[in-house]
Design a protein around this ligand. Structure first.
Ligand code: PLP
Length: 395
């Protein structure tokens, strides 16, 4: 017998995952070369060779008791120091290993943060469209998700006035994801400053901290020389959940971190509590071999220019066919308006041509679809004639 709480999750089992499975089935039926799977954000650029080398060297050269053993729940000190040093160098901050807790990817980082700060009934604000796993992460700790819409007219950027209306005495956190999944938009400095201003005012009004939880798996995937503002500089009560899943193409290794700056409210207590949250979540600590490898490779990224070239190819290709798309600024997603306005019908029609994309409804963004272009260049090249046929059918 399964629990009542898990039942709705089973029923609503991620459309994206379901599509991933559907893609595999379609490949068996019509041949892999005739399926264009743009459904899942699984990086196709290989991890840097240096990661594999580091892992081999660690296995061959380090004490096996250390490599395979338990460590401090926060992770290896040398890895946390390497992460802090890397951030300080890039953003002029002054973090130490104390501020960093290694986690099992961003999913776990967000769970650790939310477990640390939420009481049952605490409200967490998200800006739609958004990565809907947040609903489960928030629900895991009895939190209540509060959605604030963004709009095409305002470039899918959060709006301060809408945020003001959504914050209540119960608001404990606001989650932002920049660069954004699913829109591919980067929130500029002005947007961040507006959010920070609202939250500072509301903190003063209610007399308790409202944390800005920055979900950053796509931080390094920014195109056209764009800068992604580093939030701890704009708002003291910022905490960060980071992942190497995308920047280093390591989603299966499950590695990321939580960053809790000294400036944030009750930082020392927060860090201790988050370290315990990491343990009691059942993760105990992030996997040790990849932690040690990150300690040696924290300054690297995979070849992100590949995604930037893919972004240009698919954006220009679909725009030329008459589709209305948000010009990608970062991450590896293209947000496309569904002709006729029905995202489910549009993604269903696309399957006829072997094209898989996710209806925006799955991100609380109906009327659009998300195309993940972290695929081989040839997949896009060969898909474009199929998109042309689709355009002829639906427009
Ligand atoms: N947050 C966002 C916005 C994501 O898109 C993802 C994964 O796709 C995650 C968090 C989870 O990342 P991880 O694989 O590091 O758990």
């Amino acid at each position: 017998m399964i629990s009542e709480r898990i039942k709705p999750l089973v029923a609503g089992n991620s459309v994206i995952r379901a599509m991933f499975e559907e893609g595999k089935k379609m490949a068996e039926e019509r041949g892999a070369e005739n399926v264009f799977d743009f459904s899942i954000g699984n990086p196709n650029v290989p991890a840097p060779e240096a990661i594999n080398r580091a892992m081999k060297e660690i296995l061959d050269g380090e004490d096996p008791v250390k490599v395979h053993g338990y460590m401090s729940n926060a992770g290896f000190p040398e890895t946390r120091k390497a992460v802090a040093d890397n951030l300080n160098e890039r953003f002029g901050t002054a973090f130490t290993e104390k501020n960093v807790i290694m986690t099992v990817g961003a999913g776990s980082a967000l769970n650790v943060l939310l477990k640390t700060i939420l009481d049952p009934g605490s409200e967490v604000i998200v800006f739609a469209p958004y990565f809907v796993e947040y609903d489960s992460y928030i629900g895991n700790y009895g939190g209540v998700r509060v959605m604030v819409q963004t709009s095409e007219e305002k470039g899918f950027l959060p709006d301060g006035k809408a945020l003001v209306k959504a914050v209540t005495e119960k608001t404990r956190a606001v989650v932002i994801n920049n660069p954004n999944n699913p829109t591919g938009v980067i929130y500029p400095e002005e947007t961040i400053m507006e959010i920070a201003e609202v939250l500072r005012e509301k903190e003063a009004e209610f007399g308790h901290p409202i944390y800005l939880v920055s979900d950053e798996p796509y931080r390094e995937l920014a195109y056209g020389g764009r800068q992604v503002p580093f939030l701890t500089k704009y708002y003291n009560d910022t905490v960060v959940g980071y992942s190497y899943s995308k920047s280093l193409s390591l989603p299966g290794e499950r590695i990321g971190y939580v960053l809790i700056p000294d400036e944030s409210d009750g930082a020392d207590e927060f860090i201790d509590a988050a370290t315990i949250a990491n343990r009691v979540s059942g993760c105990v600590n992030a996997p040790s071999l990849i932690q040690l490898a990150i300690g040696r490779c924290a300054d690297l990224t995979c070849d992100i220019s590949y995604y930037e070239d893919n972004a240009k190819l698919i954006y220009e290709g679909l725009t030329a066919l008459g589709f209305s798309c948000v010009k990608p600024q970062g991450a590896f997603y293209l947000w496309v308006k569904a002709p006729g306005g029905d995202d489910k019908a549009f993604s269903q029609a696309a399957k006829k041509y072997g094209i898989l994309m996710v209806p925006g409804t799955s991100f609380a963004g109906p009327g659009y679809v998300r195309i993940s272009y972290c695929v081989a260049r040839e997949t896009i090249e060969r898909a474009l004639p199929e998109f042309k046929k689709l355009a002829e059918e639906v427009m």
